[in-house]
Design a binder for this molecule. Structure first.
Ligand code: ZN
Length: 120
């Protein structure tokens, strides 16, 4: 009667079944080295994002250099700023975003006036 539980662990180089505890494949001699050591946790990207959020200078650079008001959720997810600092930074970001839209509107209305002048 067969009592041994067969667990399908395949050698990565020759695809032959090997014992889960084996360190070297008995067929081709490839180093197995334990399958858990090469497994990468799926939270890697999230950890990278969190380390960005926890970097004061880098986060401010992203907020004021790229995302402006759209980056508010990033600011509030960060753990390096205090609550009062986040409120102040949110106000600053809103003013900054409004300034960008104001400048954009000024450029657009100037451009439209120029186009209208050249057409008429
Ligand atoms: Zn092998």
């Amino acid at each position: 009667m067969e009592t041994e539980v067969v667990i399908d662990v395949l050698c990565p180089s020759c695809r032959s079944p090997v014992a889960p505890t084996a360190e070297i494949c008995p067929k081709c001699g490839a180093m197995l080295g334990g399958s858990t050591s090469t497994w990468m946790p799926p939270s890697d990207n999230r950890a990278a994002l969190q380390s960005l959020l926890d970097h004061r200078g880098l986060l401010l650079l992203v907020l004021f250099g790229a995302t402006a008001g759209l980056g508010l959720p990033l600011l509030w997810k960060s753990r390096v700023f205090s609550r009062s600092a986040k409120i102040l930074l949110s106000i600053a970001l809103c003013v900054y975003t409004a300034l960008i839209f104001y400048l954009f509107w000024r450029v657009m209305s100037w451009s439209l006036a120029s186009i209208r002048d050249s057409l008429g």
